[in-house]
Design a protein around this ligand. Sequence first.
Ligand code: GLU
Ligand code: ZN
Length: 491
Amino acid sequence: MVNANVRVRFCPSPTGNPHVGLVRTALFNWAFARHNQGTMVFRIEDTDAARDSEESYQQLLDSMRWLGLDWDEGPEIGGPHAPYRQSQRMDLYKDVADKLLEGGYAYHCYCTTEELDTRREAARAAGKPSGYDGHCRELTAGQKAAYEAEGRTAIVRFRMPDEPVTFTDLVRGELTFTPDNVPDYGIVRANGAPLYTLVNPVDDALMEITHVLRGEDLLSSTPRQIALYKALIELGVAKAIPAFGHLPYVMGEGNKKLSKRDPQASLNIYRERGFLPEGLLNYLSLLGWSFSADQDVFTIPEMVEKFDIADVNANPARFDLKKAESINADHIRMLDVKAFIEACEPWLRAPHANWDPEDFDRAAWEAIAPHAQTRLTVLSDITANVDFLFRKEPVEDEASWNKAMKEGSDALLRTAREKLAVADWSSPEALKNAVLAAGEEHGLKLGKAQAPVRVAVTGRTVGLPLFESLEVLGAERTLARIDAALEKLAS
Ligand code: GLU
Ligand code: ZN
């Protein structure tokens, strides 16, 4: 059953490069919105001027566009709750903080960091809860005035209710947090800057978010946000508490949480290597969710059709690069040839291409493309697979040369050249038979016989199907390369 009232948000902070964990969060929110024909809100949480950057903001937008995760409200397109960058919403937060103070839901806390540390240590030593102890909860006007006379500045602290907070997580089921575990917490710094703890739920309330789907690392902030929400409802700022669902951790190497700093985690790496967005998203969707028991490869529309947050699994998910690559390879194969040709385009141009751009031959590329399409794991591999067509000479790779050129390779190459010279060049089968026959004359099976031919012609020991490659390269260039190899062997 779909629910068009669904409003979800993706609300990253523009710090550093986007990483795969973040993309998974964006994807699950987006798929949930699209499945329900609801609304995807994209909000930028850029209230931390010291850590946020414009460059990172641009990267986030660019990444979402590349991934094809579109949004219905947010940067550049606006919407009924604009602006969608928190740095442009400061007045709203100030207004809500004032209301919370006036209503007694929050209070000024004058404690210094040293005082808080000292009392925390003492509580720990006494085996008591070590969170904020409520010291400033009931200060009198006189006490406040005295603190201010000392030159102290106050933060704003939210007053947590004295009863437990219980909610039903969409992924984990019912969870209860006792007051001891959730002490009063800061929502505005002494310099007036509002904190994540305030701005995130305030915006969720103002933007009428119905479902908060985010990483498990944020689970501990949920009871605080629910308590804040209740206050906002009483103040008339919020309408209803959203449902929460916490997506499982993503584990990397050595069963450690994949961290933003892991090179494996950077979205840009996957883009640079030539993952298809749909291949990467297909893989990331499996981090905590599954399409069906026996199918791991599917299109994004198929995922959207099936996706339900209730089916997400709470157990940590392991990031498996090999599996990501193999799923990507499947998506490359699923493209129609024209789309494949187009997707490869950026890799065939400088700086990726290792040939003179003038020597690029579009007809040859289109002829070889279908053979490349079935063999690539990532698009960036295309250059090494087709460069033999566009380079004046094959790449020089000593290791490949030494591996293929054995004693007797010159004799074999000479025979192969003779037979290829008179073969039917419109048929890869005929070219194969020529090399097969040459091999027979020298007591070599096809595999052994074709290795020196391949290295002579392409410079590499592995590559696309050889006889199709020769056909596209043409008789003249193939024979000239075999001649050049024979010369090199003779010298
Ligand atoms: N800006 C927060 C982050 O990037 C959002 C967390 C949330 O989804 O509530 O972690
Ligand atoms: Zn205090």
